[in-house]
Design a protein around this ligand. Sequence first.
Ligand code: HEC
Length: 629
Amino acid sequence: MRLTGVLAIAAGLLLAASAVLAQPPAAPPRPTPKPGYVVPPENSAGLYPVAGEPIFKAKCAQCHEAKEGHDPAVGRAPAKELLAARAPEEVYDALTIGAMKPMAAGLSEAELYGLTRFITGKSPVPNAPPVADTNLCKTNGPLQPNGPQWNGWGRDLANSRYQPKPGFAAADIPRLKVKWAFAYPGTKNTEPLIFGDRVYVASMSGKLYSLDARTGCVHWRYDWRGSARASMSIGRLKTAPSGWALYLGDDRMFVHAFDAASGKELWKTLTGDHKVGRITGSPALYDGVLYVPLSASEESQGNVAAYGCCTFIGTVVAVSAADGKVLWRRAILDEPPHPTRKNPAGTQMYGPAGGSIWSAPTIDAKAGQLYVATGDSYTEVEHKTSDAVLAMDLKTGAIRWANQVLAQDNFMSGTVNGPLGTRGPDFDFGSSPNLAELPGGKRLVITGNKSSIVYAMDPATGKTVWQTPKLGSGSALGGVEWGPATDGRTFFAALADPPGRGRPGLVALDVATGKELWRVDAPKGLPCNVPSGRCSPSFSQAVTAVPGAVFAGAQDGRLRAYSTADGKLLWEVDTTTPQDTVNGIKAAPGGSLDMGGPTVAGGMMFVHSGYNGSAGASNLLLAFSVDGK
Ligand code: HEC
């Protein structure tokens, strides 16, 4: 016999009232997973998790936890171990539209996600009900592969973040105006990819758009149960109907290939199986291979007592761009995590772990190797390649050298699973290495980390050639965050230091020596419209250089251009200013500027405004051109 949903709820309430039922009713039908939920809270991928365990203890354990004398749990309530095997969507649905709705009453969306994660070890994947786009393009002309481009994270294989042909002169930058704005959901976004007359963007809401660069009309949209923040790239692919494939790495470690003209999915590959693994750095596309950097949100499992911490090790996966086949996989450490001790709750701990690769690999075709920069270690077990720059063989993944700039930076947010001994300062490399070629042909691998130090290394040996003193205070969210830029002579590093405790701003260094050429401090005390407490003037967003100018975005939403010669301010715009968008939303506000930086080509500049929910429900993609023409 099957009970209706109402009866199931009544049965649940009855159970809640009387601890044990003598005669349990027959099982109700399972709610069909019918996700009506839209955007997951930012913690859904475990990034800022609400710990589910205390909620489970308070609201669920009395029926779902096996106790002495009750086997396995109260009445027919499945034991937690059994629930763990369910799909996260199923558990989420049981709590929101199914039998457990009354038990979960009053829980916030973030708590529901945290609870689901605690039970299943995974987050439910959002699936927005498809809403048709209002501004479809009237025509879908052929791709323009010979047109202007900003392809991949750093525009070129060297990750210079320098556009030699922006399509406007530095003298015209003061006349840059918003040409169009496009609003769409998602708390973090991929950098806008420019390919001829199209621009491609995706976000944490699981929507990928191909837009017209000049008007913002929609060529196509792809929705998937996932989310993305890693930048995309486009490459030639004979088997794609248009001859060109668009590649995307998502927040659940899938790499997808689409036909760049139509959006038809060509293949999809899962690049890892770690439960909190993800792709935050852009897969680098070179010579038919995608080099995919894996990272994880394991660092934020520090207060989840039942989490067997930590087991993730930074990894590069080489994937065939033709069909998604995995060619090789290389962890940055040979030693796999092994059992170490038990945490205070009795859960088995593991190590070594850590060294997430947050940023895009850098390709050195000449030397046949790639460079990646890594994050901190999560445990007290020695980790020789955390906070390091590594060179790997392009063909095999073999590690040719590793330069660890800070040992024993053992860090977790939270203390239950936290590393024993002294806690590290959390000085990850969040930025891609830049492969700079100096006049005269000498080459250097240059990058900075959250300590606010910039390092230059020899591509052949990995030895440090120069390093700066601390350029600011550095901190867990300070120093060099998402990405510097270089025009080959000057290296521009943005500093995200918090005001008051550090020196947020932009520093220009001589590429050959690391000598400071000029610096601008981020203006403080300006009015700020960012709604979520991120009203900081700090420069965390990746910077972008063009001949004569460098663009730097601030967390308070201001985007500025400075002269590369002396740091003189050329232009400033407040991207939080509400815009009427081409997809029909009136007065949509922007928000923080962070992570992916402005992309420039063909006389246009694109930038996302609204990071981490700081633009409320929508983010703005802003398209700038000279005089808005
Ligand atoms: C008063 C006892 C009780 C409490 C409290 C309770 N449950 Fe349940 N739960 C049950 C019973 C009994 C079932 C079996 C469902 C059925 O057959 O009606 C169940 C089933 C479930 C299922 C499977 C649902 C399905 O349709 O297959 C999930 C998931 C679940 N519970 C999660 C939770 C969570 C999470 C909490 C805490 C917010 C919770 N439960 C609180 C008694 C309880």
